[in-house]
Design a protein around this ligand. Structure first.
Ligand code: PHE
Length: 346
């Protein structure tokens, strides 16, 4: 293999290079993955081992020399290219600024609102056991309430105690885990996490976010639940907003409620200029679920329901965000579509 021949050939070609582009082409010709040098290295395998060493060394040497020459030549072009004077009339370079995702802002804000009243921010696993998502929440196997919470199950060997693995369908999966982690009340938790349910339409994304409040201590009652949610609603939505508790049914709270908030379009009146409010129809918008923690759940978390009581709520973040910004999106999936026309507004 005549390595020297390639060196001569390279030098000749280099001498006729006139600009950066030609230089780059030359570099690719010799040094790229499909270039001459690589090709020559590939041929080494056909040589005897003695020769391979020798030729290999001179090929390495050739490669080094070519790299150096190209580097040196490119510097001469760089000099030529540099503008000889400062031209203030040139348009500026526009660098696009990124921003945090609107849901990230909302998570930050919600965490801060609850931090002010002593709630510790946590988040629990996205891949969870049936045990924490259902069993310990008073939803035993085969119970119809379990079907209400549609769930993604994972293909994984079932555990005798913990059951199957799944994608956590709600942040309530963190309730009993927080009780176990703390060991003993008082507990004030704000659990913010991704949740998953197999729905995909204009009002559902298979991944969404919830924030879950949990408070357990001696003598906790519904007024504390109502007061805390009222505080959150006034901090997040504005002082003029009111809430109401509407009886509902969850297996893990007793009594259970759905929380409604007054509509900001009609100020809770249900009508605008004598016509039914288009947004709420009734003066109220639904915020999410809440209730007093069921004794079964306290026991699952090792807490004596005779001594302690607690409340919990769970709201969707995408939902509260849209409600506050007063944005009617036709399709909630826009949050996760990567569409900058939407995202860059926040
Ligand atoms: N986990 C319930 C849901 O996802 C909400 C909830 C949380 C209800 C806490 C009561 C108490 O719908």
């Amino acid at each position: 293999m005549d390595v020297e021949k390639y060196w001569q050939q390279f030098k000749e070609e280099l001498s006729s290079v006139k600009n950066c582009k030609e230089l780059e082409n030359l570099r690719l010709k010799y040094l790229s993955k499909k270039g001459i040098i690589r090709e020559l290295f590939r041929k080494l395998k056909d040589l005897s081992s003695l020769e391979r060493k020798k030729v290999g060394a001179s090929l390495n040497n050739l490669k080094g020399k070519i790299e150096k020459e190209i580097e040196a030549k490119s510097k001469t072009f760089a000099k030529e290219k540099a503008p000889s004077f400062f031209d203030p009339t040139l348009p500026k370079l526009t660098l696009k600024k990124g921003s945090l995702h609107p849901i990230t802002y909302a998570i930050e804000e919600i965490s801060q609102i609850f931090a002010k009243i002593g709630f510790t921010r946590t988040s629990y696993r996205e891949v969870e056991w049936e045990y924490f998502s259902f069993e310990t929440l008073n939803m035993p196997k085969g119970h119809p309430a379990r079907d209400d919470v549609e769930t993604f199950f994972l293909e994984y060997p079932e555990d005798k105690k913990l059951g199957r693995l799944l994608l956590s369908p709600h942040t309530s999966s963190g309730q009993v885990q927080e009780m176990i982690k703390r060991g003993k009340p008082p507990i004030r938790m704000i659990n913010i996490a991704k949740c998953y349910r197999p729905n995909w339409d204009t009002t559902h994304t298979p991944m969404f976010h919830q924030f879950e409040g949990l408070c357990v201590d001696k003598n906790i009652n519904i007024t504390h639940l109502k007061g805390t949610i009222d505080y959150f609603v006034k901090s997040y939505f504005g002082k003029e907003r009111k809430i109401r508790l509407r009886p509902y049914d969850f297996r893990f709270t007793e009594p259970s409620f759905e929380i409604d908030i007054t509509c900001n379009v009609c100020s809770g009146k249900g009508e605008v200029n004598g016509k039914k409010c288009r947004v709420c129809k009734s003066g109220w918008l639904e915020l999410g679920g809440a209730g007093m923690v069921h004794p079964f759940v306290l026991k699952s978390g090792g807490i004596d329901p005779q001594k302690y009581s607690g409340w919990a709520f769970g709201f969707g973040i995408e939902r509260v965000f849209l409600m506050r910004e007063n944005i009617k999106v036709e399709d909630i999936r826009i949050f996760y579509s990567g569409d900058l026309r939407f995202l860059s507004q926040f």
